[in-house]
Design a protein around this ligand. Structure first.
Ligand code: PLP
Length: 432
């Protein structure tokens, strides 16, 4: 039985309605293994679909540029208070429209155009906004790259230290989009301290693991921590920024400013970068920050890693190579460097069979970024619908079958696709 969620669209705008229904049907009959995706909880969907989308509230609670803010002030304050309790941070800003604007706000808050920053290139698992050339961050700032070791797939913190000493960046990003191992924030903090750089953790991909206590917590070590509220957190499509209150580099980098770090960050978001905050998304953030404090959410966070490890072990048992040999997080990289087919061939074949993922560079990749030798697989979405280790064994079996049949995928796809659709029928998909 499906609940009718969009009765008005259904009645008067069947074009939009039908496309939403098709996507919903697709999502409940396929395996969502894109590592950055999961399923937003029902409370988030309701908050995001509310009348709060109407309100203009430029500014911050208690200091807006528009009237009529009694209730939206209360909503934003609630999101901030819950978020601070959840992460134990000193300051939180919940207004960034998404993860990229959150990171952009940090640049605008702390740096000048032309400054040097350290980040991991996209081709090595980093994010666009950490200084990649085609992004604003690489156009306005100078990326000093550091990357995981090409053999081990892991960051070598001695190498990171060497690069930082040599280049003296003003800011160091710690956080990636395709890195299967834990980050050592204590080591990053020592390096940042030594060279006098801001340390910014970007936890968009791993926030639920931090909440669950299965990944180190960056908050005590970093000047600033940025995140998305969607991805594995299961919240609205939005971003948020946490920071310390005091700017430890006030004398060094902002001697004439009258603002502390918290105020610099707030100013970086509004008015430097954004206008009116998305109040419906902020209400969704308040909703997910409540749910994320429950034991149920913490078990979900821990289960994500157990599932990724179970998937990884089964794939290895089936003879598939995994970059770096394993995972400590929600994601793993299938390594096709020794195969005839590319990462792109594999991701397209997987999609035909109902396994939705993305092709991705792996450490030591000789193929181009548009072909690659890897596929990135994440377990957040599957875990959010209740899948466990035994289910991962089945998923690994399908992935292996697809990889073994890339050359004749159109012959085997209908059978695998229907097995997966039937399997998915046993789980409940929020909102779909
Ligand atoms: C996804 C991601 C972001 C940006 O998020 P968007 O909401 O897509 O702009 C930032 N940093 C990292 C590490 C990410 O993986």
């Amino acid at each position: 039985m499906t609940v009718e969620r969009q009765p008005n669209l259904k009645a008067t705008d069947p074009e939009v309605y039908d496309l939403i229904q098709k996507q919903a049907n697709y999502e409940r009959t396929t395996l969502k293994m894109i590592a950055s995706e999961s399923y937003a909880i029902e409370n988030v969907l309701e908050a995001c679909g509310s009348i709060l989308t109407n309100k203009y509230a430029e500014g911050y609670p208690g200091a807006r540029y528009y009237e009529g803010n009694e209730f939206v002030d209360a909503i934003e304050n609630l999101a901030i208070e819950r978020g601070k309790a959840l992460f134990g941070c000193e300051h939180m800003n919940v207004q960034p429209y998404s993860g990229s604007p959150a990171n952009n706000a940090v640049y605008r808050a702390l740096l000048n155009v032309g400054d040097k920053i350290m980040g991991v290139p996209v081709s090595d698992g980093g994010h666009l906004t950490h200084g990649w050339k085609v992004s604003f961050s690489g156009k306005d700032f100078v990326q000093i790259p550091y990357r995981p070791n090409q053999e081990t797939g892991r960051l070598d913190m001695d190498e990171v230290r060497e690069i930082a000493r040599r280049e003296q960046p003003k800011l160091i990003w710690a956080g990636m989009s395709a890195y299967p191992f834990k980050l050592d924030y204590a080591a990053f903090a020592e390096i940042a301290e030594e060279v006098g750089a801001y340390l910014v953790a970007d936890i968009a991909h791993i926030n639920a693991l931090i909440i669950a206590g299965v990944h180190p917590d960056p908050v005590p070590y970093c000047d600033v921590v940025t995140s998305t509220a969607h991805k594995m957190l299961r919240g609205p499509r939005a971003g948020f920024i946490m920071s310390k209150i005091e700017d430890r580099y006030h004398e060094k980098y902002h001697p004439t400013s009258k603002w502390n770090l918290a105020k610099l960050i707030d100013r970086g978001v509004f008015p430097t970068l954004q206008g009116g905050p998305h109040m419906h998304a902020i209400a969704g953030m308040a909703a997910i920050f409540k749910y994320a404090q429950t034991d149920e959410f913490k078990s979900y966070g821990a289960q994500i890693v157990k599932n990724a490890q179970a998937l990884c072990e089964e794939l290895k048992a089936l003879g598939r190579a995994i970059a770096g040999g394993g995972t400590e997080t929600h994601l793993l990289l299938l390594d096709f460097r020794k195969e005839e087919f590319t990462g792109k061939d594999a991701s397209q074949a997987l999609a035909k069979c109902g396994i939705i993922a993305n092709f991705n560079m792996v450490p030591g990749d000789q193929r181009s970024p548009s072909q690659t030798s890897g596929v990135r697989l994440g377990t957040s979405a599957l875990t959010s619908v209740g899948m466990k280790e035994a289910d991962m064994k089945k998923v690994a079996g399908w992935i292996d079958r697809v990889c073994a049949n890339i050359g004749k995928i159109d012959e085997v796809a209908p059978q695998i696709r229907s097995e997966i659709a039937e399997f998915c029928g046993g789980f409940k998909f929020p909102g779909a």
